[in-house]
Design a protein around this ligand. Structure first.
Ligand SMILES: *[C@@H]1O[C@H](CO)[C@@H](O)[C@H](O)[C@H]1NC(C)=O
Ligand SMILES: *[C@@H]1O[C@H](CO)[C@@H](O)[C@H](O)[C@H]1NC(C)=O
Ligand SMILES: *[C@@H]1O[C@H](CO)[C@@H](O)[C@H](O)[C@H]1NC(C)=O
Ligand SMILES: *[C@@H]1O[C@H](CO)[C@@H](O)[C@H](O)[C@H]1NC(C)=O
Ligand SMILES: *[C@@H]1O[C@H](CO)[C@@H](O)[C@H](O)[C@H]1NC(C)=O
Ligand SMILES: *[C@@H]1O[C@H](CO)[C@@H](O)[C@H](O)[C@H]1NC(C)=O
Ligand SMILES: *[C@@H]1O[C@H](CO)[C@@H](O)[C@H](O)[C@H]1NC(C)=O
Ligand SMILES: *[C@@H]1O[C@H](CO)[C@@H](O)[C@H](O)[C@H]1NC(C)=O
Ligand SMILES: *[C@@H]1O[C@H](CO)[C@@H](O)[C@H](O)[C@H]1NC(C)=O
Ligand SMILES: *[C@@H]1O[C@H](CO)[C@@H](O)[C@H](O)[C@H]1NC(C)=O
Ligand SMILES: *[C@@H]1O[C@H](CO)[C@@H](O)[C@H](O)[C@H]1NC(C)=O
Ligand SMILES: *[C@@H]1O[C@H](CO)[C@@H](O)[C@H](O)[C@H]1NC(C)=O
Length: 786
């Protein structure tokens, strides 16, 4: 690693060149197919704004599913807007003359066919409109069908051996009903509207959780939620309505057909979602539709170019598509494209499928359900999984993409405050795991005992407001990571944290107020940490009963909670002492009262302990390594790194919990601990082209669902950490190539705290270029593992 340091020294004085123009991703990163797909599982993702499409060709037709964020129905399923099928006659895109390409740099899908025919499908980043543009060498007839499987009310009662249909909603036992959409020909096109009733699963949940008297004042995103689309082409006219079956689901098709054969067509689909009346929704749709035909792709392409310019990691670009490290760089970029498709959303990109789920039987043969199905619901935002999707957006400088996740917490803060006040008389927020989009535990998890082995029905003595669930009880710290992301977004880019301060301070204060209350119920002597000999106490907090992730239950001082509290209070004091609503001294004092991260011996060596005590082990996370990531208490450049590596290698309880898929964090920990060989090995495996689905970054279901978004979120974090680490020295240190294999050539641009960007290129183990801006930050740069 010395070579890197020397290289830098010589560069800093001679070769420091300004970054050259806009980056262009290698054309070889485009995903291109010359044969059609077998079914929807062989689709490729497309999107923009907050719309996602799965695009594929099958039996000489071109099809796409449409998803949009916020499309929650009464039962908290996230419904697709439908499916579009394009038939051409004669068909230039028939087998033999066929190519389908995701044009990554410009963000669209291109079909190429006989006679140089092209069909471009793109989604406007700034307006909720999907565009289809067809140019053929000869005149063709086009039939564009809007296909819907929600044509009558549907009771979700299908069951496979392992999966039940209502898992797509916030219900697990009842036979919930998905209501039909209203779909009609309208104004020369076809219009679909789904309008939720005022009464939804929200009302059930509020009553179940003893909050009915506060209902009118509570934030409720489901009542009257309305969504739909209008599909239209000046060249097509409404024809008949037909019926069919695709995979496991029957559907109706509203056909728009050519008025006369033509060589070029424009088709637009205007999508929308808002809470309110059907009338106001439809009139908004009409307004967007009026200008849709005037929107050109130029602005959208310019946005994608600026998006690529913010950040990139391009590896072994000359090595070709079969090189493992080439695939790492390529697929990292493609996954970042998928994240970019949700840039202007009101809702976070979901960990379990994002905007790109497809017919579920191709994920699990027991799930022969409609295309609306995904496991772990459309409306429950599982924080432990969501966080992995959002952490990597700091170093890629995608702060605008983080806003949906931050705003989500800002919106649900008032409901979580209500929980604290009503159940415990505490003025602070209680966020939970498996939390629905209005900040309350999902009803199926709140009383989860019916489904859980080893637990009977909820006893009256179990605290009201606490999830009665063997995984989830007392798991209250999952929001800490989003607190820290907001604080770090301020460090990285100066994000204004004031809209989130209520969330941040309430989340931190919960642990102080709630655990003091708990302690006083158990111990008449209020001062903790009493030492008989010195006749004094340090007043340190006792976090009991707590939970080390979902794994160490009824835990005493779990290290994941303690290490996290220390980090977020430190970061709050660093970022915004002037912001603190309470006062700075309150948080300074709290910092002193957070206990030490517990240690224990394993196989004779000091290790991080999951907690000072616990009753049982329920899941397979390894929360004793959360002090490494996300909390940065142990790692390269920090003291006692061996405690972490010992924990990884020697902790006897968790050896079976290690893994490299879904939300497993091993690959991140390996990078942070500087275990380069293993980190690189796991990174190659994470990012290798999918062998499960046709699209290279469609993998899964792992623990969640396909495409598995948090699998690649974790992989993105790890790849960035191999290149750049910024947690040491109170977020000041910039460590480059801390876990980077010497034989991976790389070109990259990443972001760091204090408005810093780092742009560099390493070839054959030597720096070719390194630009740190602002220049004053160069003194904080360290190389390799020193
Ligand atoms: C279609 O399915 C067949 C049989 O499973 C498989 O061999 C082939 O690779 C698939 N084609 C594509 C394009 O995925
Ligand atoms: C297709 O485009 C190529 C290159 O522009 C041109 O040489 C060729 O004649 C075109 N073919 C047809 C059938 O238009
Ligand atoms: C749900 O529907 C199934 C099939 O119709 C029926 O057997 C079952 O009893 C229903 N369950 C409930 C809770 O209503
Ligand atoms: C699903 O939503 C509908 C509409 O609000 C409601 O009537 C129904 O009770 C909900 N749950 C079930 C189990 O059907
Ligand atoms: C719909 O229209 C097409 C084209 O005119 C025709 O071939 C087809 O039979 C019609 N189907 C029905 C169910 O009317
Ligand atoms: C393609 O043809 C197969 C076999 O007839 C059928 O099962 C499948 O549903 C068709 N696909 C589409 C998109 O219609
Ligand atoms: C669902 O679709 C798959 C794939 O087409 C098929 O193999 C399976 O038999 C279908 N199952 C049901 C219950 O329709
Ligand atoms: C384009 O914009 C003009 C002016 O706003 C409007 O009158 C016209 O209808 C629009 N054209 C299309 C195709 O949407
Ligand atoms: C909670 O806050 C409210 C309003 O700020 C205040 O009236 C109340 O006394 C506080 N309750 C507790 C327990 O601190
Ligand atoms: C390293 O661990 C030892 C033993 O627990 C402890 O005494 C020491 O303070 C730690 N060093 C730092 C800098 O945390
Ligand atoms: C590389 O990772 C694979 C799993 O992807 C694992 O089986 C193998 O042991 C690892 N090899 C090394 C050298 O770490
Ligand atoms: C970062 O930039 C923002 C916006 O330009 C500015 O408000 C903030 O003070 C800067 N922070 C640092 C540490 O330079």
């Amino acid at each position: 690693m010395l070579a890197f340091a020397l290289g830098f020294v010589s560069l800093c004085c001679t070769l420091l060149v300004a970054p050259v123009g806009a980056v262009r991703l290698p054309d070889a990163y485009d995903v291109s197919w010359t044969t059609q797909s077998n079914n929807s599982a062989g689709s490729m993702p497309l999107g923009g704004g907050d719309i996602g499409l799965n695009v594929w060709s099958e039996n000489d037709t071109i099809l796409f599913y449409i998803a949009k964020s916020g499309t929650f129905d009464e039962n908290n399923s996230m419904l697709k807007l439908g499916r579009v099928r394009l038939n051409l006659d004669p068909n230039p895109f028939a087998a033999g003359t066929f190519r389908q390409t995701l044009k990554l740099n410009d963000g669209f899908v291109l079909f190429e066919g006989a006679g140089n025919a092209t069909m471009k499908i793109w989604v406007d980043v700034f307006n909720p409109v999907i565009h289809v543009e067809l140019h053929a060498a000869q005149d063709v007839m086009l039939n564009a069908a809007y296909e819907s499987w929600r044509t009558s009310d549907r009771v979700m009662n299908l069951r496979g051996n392992n999966r039940a249909e209502q898992e797509q909603s916030s219900w697990s036992f009842n036979n919930a009903t998905t209501y039909a959409d209203a779909t009609t020909f309208h104004n020369g096109g076809v219009r679909m509207t789904h309008h939720n009733l005022d009464t939804t699963v929200f009302d059930f949940t509020v009553a179940q959780q003893h909050l009915a008297e506060y209902k009118e004042t509570m934030y409720n995103p489901l009542a009257s939620n309305t969504f739909g689309l209008w599909m239209y082409s000046p060249d097509l006219a409404p024809a008949n309505i037909t019926e069919g079956r695709y995979v496991n689901t029957t559907f109706k098709a509203w056909n728009l057909r050519s008025k006369a054969a033509k060589s070029s067509y424009n088709l637009q689909i205007v999508a929308g979602q808002a809470q309110g009346s059907t009338e106001s929704f439809q009139s908004t749709l009409d307004t967007v539709a009026k200008s849709a035909g005037n929107n050109t792709q130029a602005a959208t392409i310019a946005w994608w170019h600026s998006f690529w310019d913010r950040s990139y990691i391009i590896i072994n670009e000359d090595a070709g598509p079969n090189d493992g490290a080439f695939q790492v760089g390529k697929n990292y970029q493609i996954f970042r494209y998928m994240q970019g498709c949700n840039a202007f959303s009101a809702w976070p990109l979901r960990f379990n499928g994002g905007l790109w789920t497809f017919d579920p039987v191709f994920v699990n043969p027991d799930a022969a359900f409609t295309p609306d199905y995904r496991r772990w619901t459309g409306g429950t935002f599982t924080a432990q999984n969501q966080r992995l999707v959002y952490w990597p957006l700091l170093k890629s400088g995608d702060f605008d993409l983080m806003k949906p996740q931050f705003d989500y917490y800002a919106r649900i803060t008032s409901n979580a405050q209500l929980r604290g006040r009503v159940y415990w008389g505490i003025n602070a927020t209680v966020f939970t795991e498996q939390m629905d989009n209005y900040g309350l535990p999902s009803p199926k998890e709140y009383n989860g005992a019916e489904e859980l082995e080893g637990a009977g029905p909820r006893p009256d003595s179990f605290p009201v407001g606490m999830e009665y669930n063997t995984w989830l009880e007392h798991l209250q710290d999952t929001a800490n990571e989003f607190v820290d992301m907001i604080l770090q977004a301020n460090m990285f880019t100066g994000l204004d944290v004031s809209p989130y301060l209520d969330f941040i301070e309430n989340q931190i204060m919960w642990f102080d107020l709630f655990y003091q209350q708990q302690h006083r119920r158990a111990d008449p002597f209020a001062l903790t940490g009493w030492n008989y000999a010195s006749d004094s106490g340090n007043g340190s907090l006792v976090i009991y009963p707590g939970s080390g992730a979902e794994t160490y239950k009824v835990a005493y001082n779990p290290s994941s909670t303690i290490s996290g509290l220390r980090k977020i209070v430190n970061d709050l004091l660093q970022v915004a002492p002037a912001y603190t609503k309470g006062n700075q001294s309150y948080f300074e004092n709290l910092l002193l009262r957070i206990p030490e991260t517990p240690l224990r011996f394993q196989q004779g060596k000091p290790c991080i302990s999951p907690a000072q005590g616990y009753s049982r082990i329920q899941n397979t996370e390894i929360p004793q390594l959360y002090p490494v990531f996300p909390w940065g208490e142990f790692g390269l450049g920090m003291p006692n790194l061996t405690f972490a590596t010992n924990t990884y290698e020697l902790d006897t309880e968790t050896q079976d919990f290690h893994g490299n898929k879904g939300w497993n964090q091993d690959v991140i920990w390996l990078a942070r601990m500087g275990l380069t060989t293993q980190a690189a090995n796991y990174t190659l495996d994470r990012w290798s082209d999918s062998t499960i689905y046709r699209f290279p970054v469609f993998k899964g279901p792992n623990y969640d669902w396909s495409p598995d978004i948090n699998h690649f979120g974790a992989a993105s974090i790890a790849l960035q950490e191999m290149l750049l680490q910024t947690f040491a020295d109170s977020n000041k240190q910039i460590r480059l190539l801390g876990a980077w294999p010497e034989d991976w050539n790389v070109r990259f641009k990443l972001h760091a705290p204090m408005n810093t960007t780092v742009e560099g290129s390493v070839k054959g183990g030597e720096w070719e270029e390194l630009v740190v801006e602002p220049e004053g930050r160069k003194v904080d740069v360290v190389f390799g593992q020193k």
